[in-house]
Design a protein around this ligand. Structure first.
Ligand SMILES: [Zn+2]
Length: 400
């Protein structure tokens, strides 16, 4: 159990109050059911201060009270939870093959979601499509009438560190796109904050932020879709994303595995994506875009060319996993994205390669968990929604 001591600029009572509210909300989010007395002990605030703050947050609809329960500090106290009935967080993803939108509660429970397959075109046309989809989800019965807290948008490429610009999306052919600015005219009245995030980073964030229980030491999310990306999330004691000096950490699909190899969409040669990615598998097996890869391959799974292509791609994925493990030593690796649905013919060789190439030290102390998420369609969008909540709680001036 970690405590959250409060520090603030002397004399700035408004700022201090905001920090306190952030800390209290964040503790209730991470430990649903916590009591006022436990909050006071953990934040090192007085019981009077915590009591007044909790009452204000109850009155404003951020919290709800549960039943009396025996706390760890002796006297029984009322359990405090985030209010799931009042607000909605919006998350969206611009994928290479389609668009996804999810609306969820403060604890990440999906209230409504929608995915469409649509070929990528210009940023303007994509923004218009996405806005229509968001407006549609906002009319769903579970969503309508709730207060929108903001929108997070996940995109298939790195995002600039200090402004919401998609720097490069080689599989969309987009470069330096301020996507939120492009989207704004189509959703002029949608409240903020609006955030832009790389899709693998968003998924990694959501995996940790919305998960209950113990947080992973270091979680690596690998997004295996048309392209290959990764998000690296330190889970404890305070969750944060590893972004790198220019925000480019995690561009694992463009790590070079083969000197002088095939040309990649990024312009370099021998990138991991030329060996294992949706586009490389499509190119090798002559599958046109538009049809989901798993649907196109289903009737051909026993064909020799399909088996050889997936085995080679799987071995390249195993190489990536091995290098990732030896570089960062994560406690958890999560494999998501549409390629996970190709199953054993791809993932079997990948995991076999990974096992066979473990350094003895890692094998002896092995505690790595590899999770395969075949239901990952909405993970980047949900993670982008999680970032909205983190932003709202951090910038607690918007809390009222
Ligand atoms: Zn590349």
């Amino acid at each position: 159990m970690t405590s959250v001591p409060i520090h603030a600029r002397a004399g700035d009572q408004g700022f201090l109050k905001q920090l306190n509210r952030s800390a209290v909300l964040e503790l209730i989010r991470r430990e649903p059911g916590i009591s006022r007395a436990e909050l006071a002990a953990r934040t090192q605030l007085t019981k009077v201060t915590v009591g007044a703050m909790v009452q204000e947050l109850l009155d404003q609809g951020w919290l709800v009270e549960g039943s009396l329960q025996q706390g760890s500090l002796g006297r029984p106290g009322r359990a405090l939870h985030l209010n799931e009935r009042r607000h909605v967080l919006l998350g969206a993803e611009v994928g290479v093959q389609g668009l996804r939108v999810v609306a969820c509660t403060l604890t990440g429970r999906a209230l409504g979601q929608r995915a469409i397959l649509v070929p990528s075109t210009t940023p303007e046309a994509t923004a218009q499509h996405l806005a229509t989809l968001i407006m549609e989800v906002l009319t769903y019965p579970e969503v309508a009438g709730r207060e929108v807290l903001g929108l997070g948008v996940a995109v298939p490429g790195p995002v600039a560190l200090h402004d919401p610009t998609l720097l490069f999306a080689p599989n969309l052919g987009w470069r330096d796109v301020p996507f939120l600015t492009v989207l704004k005219p189509f959703l002029p009245d949608l409240p903020g904050p609006w955030l832009l995030e790389n899709e693998a980073k968003a998924a990694a964030f959501g995996e940790v932020y919305f998960s209950g229980g113990d947080k992973p030491e270091l979680l690596a999310y690998l997004s295996l879709g048309t392209g290959i990306g990764s998000g690296l999330m330190v889970g404890a004691p305070v969750p944060y994303l590893l972004r790198g000096a220019q925000g480019l950490a995690g561009e694992i699909g463009h790590s070079v595995l083969q000197s002088g190899g095939l040309y990649c969409h990024c312009g370099n040669r021998g990138c991991a994506e030329t060996l294992v990615s949706g586009w490389a598998i499509r190119a090798a097996l002559d599958i046109p875009p538009g049809v989901p890869l798993e649907t196109a391959l289903q009737p051909r799974m026993q064909d020799a060319d399909v088996q050889v292509t997936l085995r080679r791609a799987g071995e390249a994925l195993g190489m990536l996993l091995t290098n990732l493990h030896h570089t960062l030593n994560p406690s958890d690796i999560v494999l998501g994205g549409s390629l996970t649905r190709l199953g054993e013919p791809l993932l079997g060789p990948a995991l076999a390669f990974f096992r066979e190439h473990q350094h003895d030290l890692y094998a002896r102390t092995a505690s790595i968990s590899i999770h395969i998420r075949t239901d990952s369609t909405f993970l980047p969008a949900r993670g982008a929604a999680a970032q909205v909540l983190a932003s709202v709680f951090h910038e607690s001036s918007v809390l009222g």
